[in-house]
Design a protein around this ligand. Structure first.
Ligand SMILES: Cc1cc2nc3c(=O)[nH]c(=O)nc-3n(C[C@H](O)[C@H](O)[C@H](O)COP(=O)(O)OP(=O)(O)OC[C@H]3O[C@@H](n4cnc5c(N)ncnc54)[C@H](O)[C@@H]3O)c2cc1C
Ligand code: FES
Length: 338
């Protein structure tokens, strides 16, 4: 069976036909990822040595990146021993589980946003890092990813913020049929959008829409950290189209919060436009900044490009893109060799 070696010399076996990301997870090794469908680009890595083949199209890579030998670990399988230029992340000791859960409560936060609380059986706790997501699995195996909007609590309940997508299969269930007591399944925790070392940094959170959910969980996590692990400053820019889209009042000691509207009426005297543009009007000291961005694919792509061009180190731009779950097209056949 092919072996995959990381930049820090950790190794794991990766069977043919299994994505490198999944093989790593089976071996208790966590690699950077988010969508797991080849779209967001968060799992991209250069290959130093060895051949891989795609299991499905790698939309999250540009042609230049592909030509330069980059791969997406969620979409590629190793066909021989491979060395990739990435390191693992903490969290390898947290098992990904599939668990039954019930809807504990449903509450409308905005005309098109629901807060859903899920409760787990008393014997089944879900360990996760604030910022991570779960897949909710409904009838006939339909599944969608949702960020957990709270840091872990003693009662183990999970809060989700769910936006209605017109014509969306799972949206139809949540907004037309779901009721307290419904039985669902979840798989998680998923993704690597969680707080890294924040001590002494200027933290900036960028969110659009329900992208605020993992940010809320991270702020709760931050508030519980000891004084010597605290950042130097915390800023949040949360974007929506109109005032009603910003359905929650962010709270955190010393938080500098800027609501940003892209389609505000004349009465709005706050920031207008896109969150990344508003941030660039009063940028942080990039040498001490870390940016955590969550929400639409357009915001993530725009923010990454503009903030890195302005001076942010690429490794200090952490993100979770709410990619849609459009099915991947048929697999492409070309291998990548370092
Ligand atoms: C890691 C991750 C975390 C996520 N967390 C959250 C979360 O916390 N809250 C949340 O509300 N959503 C979240 N999402 C998005 C969520 O998983 C679903 O994709 C979304 O809710 C649509 O599902 P649906 O079944 O209602 O629509 P689908 O049946 O999947 O889609 C119906 C149609 O709408 C299009 N579409 C789907 N999503 C969008 C969109 N966002 N904008 C425009 N068109 C779209 C599809 O291409 C399709 O044509 C997350 C996604 C990922 C990958
Ligand atoms: S492209 Fe691989 S995790 Fe999103």
């Amino acid at each position: 069976m092919p072996t995959v070696t990381l930049a820090n010399d950790k190794r794991f076996e990766a069977a043919a036909g299994v994505a490198i990301l999944d093989a790593a997870r089976t071996a208790g090794i966590v690699l950077e990822h988010s969508c797991r469908t080849g779209r967001c680009g968060s799992c991209k890595t250069p290959v130093r040595q060895g051949r891989t083949i795609p299991l499905f199209p790698e939309a999250g890579l540009t042609r230049q990146e592909r030509d330069a030998g980059m791969i997406l670990t969620c979409a590629r399988s190793a066909t021989e021993d491979v060395v990739i230029d990435t390191e693992d992340l903490p969290g390898g000791d947290i098992a990904v589980k599939t668990l039954p859960c019930r809807i504990d409560a449903l509450e409308r936060l905005a005309p098109d946003v629901l807060r859903v609380r899920l409760r787990l059986p008393p014997t089944a706790a879900l360990r996760y890092l604030p910022g991570q997501s779960i897949d909710v699995i409904g009838r006939e195996g339909l599944r969608r990813s949702y960020s957990i909007a709270n840091a872990p609590t003693a009662d183990g309940k999970l809060e989700l913020h769910i936006r209605q997508v017109d014509g969306g299969a799972f949206s139809r269930y949540w907004f037309d049929a779901a009721k307290a007591g419904d039985l669902l399944r979840l798989e998680g925790p998923l993704g690597t959008f969680f707080l890294r070392d924040a001590a002494g940094l200027d933290l900036v959170f960028l969110a659009t829409g329900t992208g605020i959910a993992p940010v809320k969980a991270m702020l709760e996590d931050l508030a519980a950290r000891p004084a010597d692990a605290q950042p130097r400053s915390v800023r949040l820019l949360w974007g929506g189209r109109v005032r009603g889209d910003l359905y929650w009042q962010p709270q955190h000691p010393g938080l500098a919060y800027t609501p940003v509207l892209s389609r505000a009426d004349a009465a709005w005297d706050g920031a207008r436009g896109h969150v990344q543009d508003v941030l660039l009007q009063s940028p942080p000291d990039w040498s001490r900044a870390a940016v955590y961005a969550c929400g639409s694919e357009a915001m993530i792509a725009g923010a990454r490009e503009r903030l890195v061009a302005a001076g942010l180190a690429p490794r200090r731009f952490l993100y979770d893109a709410f990619t849609s779950s459009a099915p991947a097209a048929a697999a492409v056949a070309e291998p990548v060799t370092a």
